[in-house]
Design a protein around this ligand. Sequence first.
Ligand code: SAH
Length: 248
Amino acid sequence: MVYFVGAGPGATDLITVRGMELLKKADLVIYAGSLLNPELLGYCPAHTTVMNSASMTLEEVIAAIAACAPNSHIVRLHTGDPSIYGAIREQMDRLDALDIAYTVVPGVSSFCGAAASIQAEYTLPSVSQTVIISRMEGRTPVPQKESIRSLAAHQATMVLFLSAGMLENLCAELMAGGYPPETPVAVVYKATWPDEEIVRGTLQTVPELASHIQQTALVLVGEFLGDEYERSKLYDPSFSHACREAKV
Ligand code: SAH
């Protein structure tokens, strides 16, 4: 059995209990070494074979899995949650073709870790009820209909992965799409790691303020970072819902 496990954003106690238990039983762990906190491998027993996928191709990863004895317990460890820029679909399709069984164990995505680090809520009443997760086009193309400029037109909360090294371009595109230049931005580097760093600014100021941050960072954009919002209906005394009658 192969377990695709989300390792969480970095802190070793932010992997799920299920993920940790699977690491404790692993015969083989193939981990995404470029981003993953290596201390997580401390959960593995002494007999575990550990491979870093950073220098491997998809074919080599699948070959390493296929070479294991039939009843081996294999963990494919991805950062954050595997469903976000995890490149797991292509692995699952190849395992299907080889008739190798697998399951997916979710993880805390870095975009949740980053919100916790800056103590923010992405979905504030009357500010934004939508979170757009995207990335700038780099060597990986982004479909034209999802250009940053077109997504920016919503002025919703935006979380940009894989884009910290292109901050100047990114902010220019966000402004060209409709966000005012004074829109607040937070760049969160290595959220939940011991060397986490947070840089706050606006679309206009942040490219310079965060120019030293090139990777392993998220760019969070929107008025959810500001101070204006309405209180929620859920906890409003004058609002009734399935679990509570209005009190006034
Ligand atoms: N599956 C992962 C994302 C992998 S893509 C997840 O759910 O978080 C890799 C990108 O994720 C990085 O370039 C960076 O933008 C972001 N990232 C991953 N871990 C991060 C962290 N601890 N802090 C900030 N950004 C992080």
